[in-house]
Design a protein around this ligand. Structure first.
Ligand code: DX5
Ligand code: ZN
Length: 222
């Protein structure tokens, strides 16, 4: 079962309440929250305070994608803000095993995001110990929405899928960046379980129609 995780990054920041309601009414049950610090990536978005203020507005699962240096500093405030999943970038943490243990001990789902040039194979040890619920394959360099999908990501997704099967691992594969109605099925066929979409969901502000169209495209070919 493929799930969609629309990114709040492309929403109308002046009226998030309305966009969140529209997503939920369109049957979306997970919201992707791109938290950027202007240091690990060039862009700055929002932090735990905003996440906490969104929490009472919706029942959607909150999926936090931390594009920040020192992500551990945000863990407790994000947990208190009602985040269900925390994904850290492998490039930002020197002691990844311990970082993942911290997320799991808080009772949250844990993810590891990989920049386009980062290999997945050294995730084997935390994955064998069931510390990784989700691997986030970045199919663009992180920092901004609306970038072009990097085609080599398909090779990487497929390689992770086979590596998961060969080692009996349990995580899901999430893919983020440049996915739209034209390429979503190739991403799914390569092995994605969860698709993050920003600009394609909010395109021309026709949020409900875009989601309906994307869901139909997925259904037709899978
Ligand atoms: C990029 C973010 C993405 C972004 C995706 O750094 O992690 O989640 O919002 O946006 P699109 O779908 O527009 O590439
Ligand atoms: Zn993201």
């Amino acid at each position: 079962m493929i799930t969609l995780s629309p990114s709040l990054l492309s929403a109308n920041f002046a009226n998030l309440n309305a966009d969140i309601n529209t997503l939920e009414e369109a049957g979306i049950d997970e919201l992707h929250l791109d938290i950027m610090d202007g240091h690990f990536v060039d862009n700055i978005t929002f932090g735990p305070a905003l996440v906490a203020s969104l929490r009472p507005l919706t029942d959607m699962h909150f999926d936090a994608h931390l594009m920040v240096t020192n992500p551990e500093k945000l863990f407790s405030s994000l947990a208190n803000a009602g985040t269900g999943n925390i994904t850290v970038h492998a490039e930002t943490v020197p002691h990844l095993y311990h970082t993942l243990e911290k997320i799991k001990k808080m009772g949250l789902s844990a993810g590891v995001a990989l920049n386009p040039a980062t290999d997945f194979r050294n995730l084997i040890y935390p994955a064998l110990d069931d510390l990784i619920d989700r691997i986030l394959v970045m199919s663009v360099e992180p920092g901004f929405g609306g970038q072009k999908f990097l085609p080599m990501s398909l090779y990487k997704i497929d390689a992770i899928k086979h590596w998961r099967a060969n080692n009996n691992l349990n995580f899901t594969i999430q893919v983020d960046g440049g996915i739209n109605a034209d390429n979503i099925n190739t991403v799914i066929q390569a092995g994605a379980d969860n698709i993050v979409m920003g600009s394609a969901v909010f395109r021309q502000r026709k949020i409900a129609a875009n989601i309906c169209n994307i869901k139909n495209i997925i259904k037709q070919e899978n």
